[in-house]
Design a protein around this ligand. Structure first.
Ligand SMILES: O=C([O-])C(=O)C[C@H](O)[C@@H](O)C(=O)[O-]
Ligand SMILES: [Mg+2]
Length: 442
């Protein structure tokens, strides 16, 4: 039997439409960007991946071609090793202070790794989940409803999308402003009706903490059985975090990055103090984003729910974090950014391979649902994604015409990496990011 070899590879920087979602980093612009990579084998099969956008990541994936073209799908780990060696040291600044990860190499390695895994799964007739860690653990993966405060895009002259989906309340409401506790509940209700979520996460770090506490209390009243999470991305001081946590202790199921580095102490140290005082389950996608940080976070007992995004841990790395969580009595979850349906398939397969009792995974998909780059997108039903054991590879068929259209949208609008300050400056002239102040508090 011959082993397929990679004959061709293309990286497509792509853009899709987004709502004016608010967070500590500011306001999402009208377009979100991603890098879609496609590899073709000499047997004519396609392997696909999706990672965060921006030209720095595009460039590394492009410059990795020399190791990829001509390799067999069995050689993928050696290829990844060569890429890691060639670009070692380029992410010296780490993930940065923004809500999103500003590294480049981890994302580029994920882009390449996922294409090979997709091809291997197709070649071996198994889902990617079966190739990761200890193999596929489940077919159903719980997903949370990711709620955001949404700004009034009509206050800007930016080309935000409106009226793109009038099929139900969720489609209608997701492009409208949501700035009060009542309106956040309406958002949750509409999302629940379409997707059936059992867990909701509210993105905080937007208003003064007291206001966000009100939104959580309103959500708890409206959905008394739902598991709730609030994530201000480390924007509160330890003192503030302790105060708000006390107020929400009967409402939250867990809390995410309530505080972070301050006064010369690392985020891991400060979260360790928070955890010890409150005994609350604490999730993070900010302080244990690589193994060195994870080592310190574990020694300090800083957190109990590492959110291992496969886009910045790689699919194999995120599964390894899940194995560790399972052995060490931690709970594994997933972080996300805006994404298309290829990433949805990546998250579904990784979570399907995560052993033990995992938390409902994050996804921004509900804000993009309808903008498909595949012909058979995964669906969220009853708050779950399904990865059938009969799937092959990621379980999606890429729609090349749709990818090319999304690439044109990226080029025509001069898109690049994410910048949430621009949209925010329409609300507050001269607005600048401050990792310790909610976006609307200036
Ligand atoms: O859990 C998180 O921190 C995120 O999802 C980070 C994202 O950057 C979120 O803040 C967003 O999309 O604005
Ligand atoms: Mg977070």
């Amino acid at each position: 039997m011959s082993i397929p070899k990679i004959e061709k590879m293309e990286v497509y920087p792509v853009a899709g439409y987004d709502s004016m979602l608010l967070n500590l980093s500011g306001a999402h612009g009208p377009f979100f960007t991603r890098n879609v990579t496609i590899m073709w084998t000499d047997e004519g099969k396609m392997g696909v991946s999706e990672v965060p956008g921006g030209p720095k990541i595009t460039k590394i994936i492009e410059e990795s071609k020399e190791f990829i073209i001509g390799s067999s799908i069995g050689e993928f780990k050696n290829v990844l090793k060569k890429i890691r060696e060639k670009f070692a040291g380029i992410d010296k600044g780490g993930r940065g202070n923004q809500t999103y990860d500003e590294r480049t190499l981890v994302h580029a390695v994920t882009a390449v790794e996922t294409c090979y895994l997709d091809l291997l799964g197709k070649h071996l007739h198994v889902p990617v989940a079966a190739l990761l860690g200890d193999g596929q653990q489940r077919e159903k993966v719980g997903v949370l409803g990711y709620l955001f405060y949404v700004g009034d895009s009509s206050k800007t002259d930016l080309p935000y999308i409106t009226n793109d989906d009038n099929s139900d309340d969720w489609g209608k409401t997701r492009r409208k402003p949501h700035m009060t506790p009542e309106s956040i509940v309406e958002e949750a209700q509409a999302a629940y009706e379409r997707y059936g979520f059992k867990t909701f996460k509210l993105k905080g770090g937007v208003f003064d903490g007291e206001e966000e506490v009100k939104a959580i209390k309103a959500l708890h009243e409206a959905f008394p059985d739902a598991r709730l999470d609030l994530d201000p991305n480390g924007g509160w001081s330890l003192k503030q975090a302790l105060h708000y946590a006390e107020e929400m202790k009967d409402d939250l199921f867990y809390i995410e990055d309530p505080c972070g580095a301050e006064d010369g102490f690392s985020g891991r140290e400060v979260l360790a103090e928070f955890s010890r005082i409150t005994h609350m389950p604490v999730a993070t996608n900010m302080v244990d984003t690589d193994w060195r940080q994870m080592n310190h976070a574990l020694q300090l007992n800083s957190i109990s729910i590492p959110l291992a995004d496969p886009h910045f841990w790689t699919m194999e790395g995120a599964t390894r974090v899940a194995q560790l969580c399972n052995e060490f009595n931690l709970n594994w979850g997933v972080h996300s950014n805006n994404h298309f349906d290829i990433s949805l398939a990546m998250v579904a397969n990784t979570a399907a391979a995560a052993p033990g009792k995992i938390y409902d995974v994050d996804t921004h998909w509900i804000w993009q649902d309808g903008q498909y780059l595949t012909k058979n997108p995964y669906k969220i039903e009853n708050g779950e994604l399904t990865v059938p054991k009969t799937n092959e590879g990621l379980g999606v068929e890429v729609d090349l015409d749709a990818v090319k259209k999304a690439n044109k949208l990226y080029i025509d609008n001069n898109c690049g990496a994410r910048d949430d300050a621009k949209g925010m400056q329409y609300y507050i002239p001269g607005w600048k990011f401050d990792p310790k102040r909610p976006a609307m508090v200036r």
